[in-house]
Ligand binder design. Sequence first.
Ligand code: SAM
Length: 248
Amino acid sequence: MAETVLDYEAEAAHYDRTRGGVPRAEAAARAVLSLVPAGTRTLLDLACGTGLVTERLARPGLGVYGADAAHAMLRVAAERVPGRTVRADARRLPLPDASVDAVSAVWLLHLAPFAPEIVAEAARVLRPGGVLVATVDKDAAHDVGSDIDEVLRPLRSAAPASDRADLVTAHAAAHGLDPLSSAHFTGHGQGATPRDTARKLRAGYFASWFSGDPATTETLAAALDALPDQDRRRPDPRYRLASFVRRG
Ligand SMILES: C[S@@+](CC[C@H](N)C(=O)[O-])C[C@H]1O[C@@H](n2cnc3c(N)ncnc32)[C@H](O)[C@@H]1O
C-alpha cells in the first residue's frame, strides 16, 4: 500500500459514516461533473476509496472507473461500480498514455507527499484536451474563521500543504496541464470539533503540513482541549476543486 498518513485498510469499515456519507458524496460528484466537459466519455476516479463519490459520477455515455491503493476501500468500491475498479498506486497507473478523457482526484493530493508524481501520472494518461479535476487546499478549508482555526493557524503557515493550489498548479503546468476552472462543494458533516481535532493532531493526522516536535504538538493539542463546546461541530467546510486541461 502506498504511504499515507491514515491507514485506509482500517478506515474502510467506517469511512462512509465518518466522511459525510451520501450528502457529501453527492455534493462532491455534482461539483466534479460541473468541471467535466460535455462529450467526455471516460473518467478515472483516482483514490476512489469506497466508491461513494465514484458511483455518483456515472452518467449515460460516460464510463466511470475507480482506482485506489487500499484493498479494503476498493472492496467496497467494487460493489458500487462492479467491474470498473482497479487496485493501483496513483503514481503508477496501469493505463497507456493519452487513454482517458478525464481524471478526478477527490481528497487525495492533501494526503500525499508525492502529489507532484500523481499530477504527472494523471497528465500522462489524459488525452490532449482531457481534464484533471482535483481537490486543493483541503485541510485549509476546515475551520475557517473558527476558534479551532485560530489554534491551528501557526501550523498551517509552518509548511505548505501538499495540495496547496499554487503548488498543484505549478506541478500541473510542468506536465502540460493548464488551469481551466474551479468549483466548490460542501463537506456535509465534516465540520470539526475541538476534541476530534486534538485527537487527530496527537495522532499525526496533520503531518502532511506539519511535522512539529512533540512539545509543540502537545501545546497546541492542549489549547484545543481548552476550547469550549468540545463536541460541537464548527461549520461544515467548503472544499475547492480545481480543473486543468491537457495541452494538445
Ligand atoms: C480521503 S480518501 C478519499 C476517497 C474518495 N475519493 C472520497 O472522496 O470519498 C483517500 C483515498 O486515497 C487512497 N490513496 C492514498 N494514497 C494513494 C495512492 N498513492 N494511490 C492510490 N490511492 C491512494 C486511500 O486508500 C483512500 O481510499
